[in-house]
Design a protein around this ligand. Structure first.
Ligand code: 6PG
Length: 242
């Protein structure tokens, strides 16, 4: 596993750097007449990125028609529910009129969880390139929970890291809320895996993961990487005290 860390003064500068990475990647795909297939996470951190991507100066620079949006995970709630990852992303970015809604593939949290996991798995394997028996995302944007979870793979269910499913049903360990999530094997099949991590409450986990301490074995985030074994971390100063 190779970690690359990009450290910024604050969350906005870190998110701006990722926005520029997405801009460049979208232009590269446009050159090759290919889609940039991105899976995004929920939670609070990505809001910085989505807000920056919704800025006017990205309207005309990003090749929006070449980006397809997928989700890393979704809470089993409807799309307008305040806890919906899709709902948050739509409100902060995807509602914009120049983003083609046909390029948005949400996990349907309102559906029966097992059926939705199967539906979304079938969709991914149908419309994305497939390698090693799993769909290939160009870019997966992950967050890090303060218990070391990522996606909806929690410390009490590490088996989702080695499941042969593409998409699975998970349960939040404290709230009991059901989730739909990409599995570890799907995430680890991606061309690029990028973590967006801010705040001092994540610093000790980031340090454990990067230094691969014995404690890190309890953190699902320690086990995810791109197909080439790389993991890129975009951190603000507070999270980067390793
Ligand atoms: C979710 C996310 C989850 C998130 C982490 C970090 O559905 O909540 O996919 O994995 O990335 O919990 O969340 P924050 O960015 O809010 O710290």
């Amino acid at each position: 596993m190779t970690y690359t860390t990009n450290i910024y003064e604050n969350a906005v500068l870190s998110a701006s750097a990722i926005a520029d990475f997405i801009l460049k990647s979208s232009k590269d795909q446009q050159q090759n007449s290919k889609y940039l297939n991105i899976a995004v996470s929920g939670g609070n951190t990505p809001k910085y990125l989505f807000s920056i991507l919704s800025n006017e100066d990205y309207r005309t620079t990003i090749a929006w028609d070449y980006i397809r949006f997928f989700w890393v995970d979704e809470r089993c709630v409807g799309p307008t529910h305040p806890e919906s990852n899709f709902g948050m992303t739509f409100k902060s970015l995807l509602h914009l009129d120049y983003i083609n809604k046909d390029n948005i593939y949400r996990m349907m949290g309102e559906n029966n969880p097992e059926s939705e996991a199967a539906r979304y798995s079938e969709l991914l394997n149908k419309i994305l390139p497939v390698k090693n028996g799993f769909p290939v995302f160009d870019l997966i944007l992950l967050g890090l929970g303060d218990d070391g979870h990522t996606a909806s793979i929690f410390p009490d269910n590490l088996s989702l890291l080695v499941s042969d499913k593409t998409v699975a049903v998970a349960t939040h360990p404290t709230s009991g809320q059901q989730r739909i999530t990409l599995t570890g094997k799907t995430i680890n099949n991606a061309n690029e895996v990028v973590f967006l991590i801010n705040g001092k409450n994540k610093a000790s986990i980031v340090s454990a993961i990067i230094n691969q301490t014995p404690e890190a074995k309890n953190f699902p985030a320690s086990y995810v990487h791109s197909a080439s074994g790389k993991c890129i971390l975009y951190l603000d100063n507070e999270a980067a005290t390793f």
